[in-house]
Write a protein that binds this ligand. Structure first.
Ligand code: FMN
Length: 304
């Protein structure tokens, strides 16, 4: 059988390269008979902030013919509840859990990183400087290389956990962002978060989403995400986690061939909860068919 394992972060090997993306499967606590988290390479929980957040006004989700618009606004119970309620559960799981963190200031990012340091059950942090759906913070830091680097540095100084920085496509130069966070100490980068988008209800003559704009995800963003992953993977040395519209095994293989070491699957799992597991199986089948024995034969194959 092919070996699907990858070395993603310092001291952290994943059994396969498929990760559940933040915000599309909560904290992994809801029983899901269709998909076993144990079969995934890793799981990223919902964006977590220092204090609980109620999120944006409804409506917060809209399906488009090509993907999903969401403006949840980082609804979450806050870091203390995550540590009390979910971390003890995660500590008993074999799949590594990454906590996605979001904040309104550099200091808040550092506080979150410090608070989550050495909590049993947490394998890494994914620093969300890319959510387009909140009024303050987050994307504010993720859209220029200087502020993205400042957040990365502060988080790295506050924790001994490996740090992944999640980048936004809502910028003029994602390569510069990736290089800046790499120089500031990021152990890996993940990309992309959602692309800012909107819809208007022409009968009500009003924006559909309560937040007016939202973030587009799903199949529609895949070619954009793939091109960004290809460019970033050619410009940094740290591992790249590809994300954006990955729905099938073939999609995932494209991201791996573009140079991603792992992939995150979000919207596809909302449509089909088994999608991430089916993607693992499909990568395995492709490797068998093409007589590949290890992931290094797939990662970056389209760059050689
Ligand atoms: C409903 C929803 C909630 C999300 N919440 C978060 C979040 O809390 N933190 C984050 O970094 N990304 C969040 N995302 C972005 C996804 O993790 C992912 O980056 C994006 O949707 C693109 O991947 P996809 O097309 O596979 O969904 C969210 C996406 C959706 C659809």
């Amino acid at each position: 059988m092919p070996d699907l394992s990858i070395q993603l972060l310092p001291g952290l090997k994943l059994k396969n390269p498929v990760i559940a993306a933040s915000g599309t499967a909560g904290y992994g606590d809801e029983p899901n008979r269709l998909c076993d988290i144990a079969d995934l390479g890793a799981f990223v929980c919902k964006g977590t902030t220092l204090k609980p957040r109620a999120g944006n006004p409804q409506p917060r989700i809209m399906e488009t013919p090509y993907g999903l618009l969401n403006a949840i606004g980082l609804q979450n119970p806050g870091v203390e509840a995550v540590i009390e309620k979910y971390a003890p559960l995660w500590a008993g799981w074999t799949t590594p859990i990454f906590v996605n963190i979001a904040a309104e200031s550099v200091d808040e990012y550092a506080k979150l990183a410090h608070r989550l340091d050495k909590v049993p059950g947490i394998a890494a942090l994914e620093v969300n400087i890319s959510c387009p759906n909140v009024a303050a913070g987050c994307l504010e830091f993720g859209s220029t290389p200087e502020s993205a680097a400042a957040v990365t540095r502060a988080v790295k100084n506050a924790t001994s956990l490996p740090v992944i920085v999640k980048l936004t496509p809502n910028t003029s130069d994602i390569v510069a962002l990736a290089q800046a966070v790499e120089s500031a100490g990021a152990d890996a980068v993940s990309l992309i978060n959602t692309l800012r988008g909107m819809a208007i209800d022409i009968k009500k003559r009003k924006p559909v989403l309560g937040n007016i704009t939202g973030g587009l995800s799903g199949s529609a963003v895949k070619p954009v995400a793939l091109a960004m992953v290809y460019r970033v993977a050619g410009a940094v040395k740290v591992p790249v986690i590809g994300c954006g519209g990955i729905t099938t095994g073939e999609d995932a293989i494209e991201f791996l061939m573009a140079g991603a070491t792992a992939v995150e699957v979000g919207t596809a799992a909302l449509v089909n909860p088994r999608a991430p597991i089916e993607i693992v199986k499909s990568i395995e089948n492709y490797m068998l068919e093409w007589k590949l024995t290890e992931m290094s034969q797939l990662i970056g194959a389209a760059r050689r």
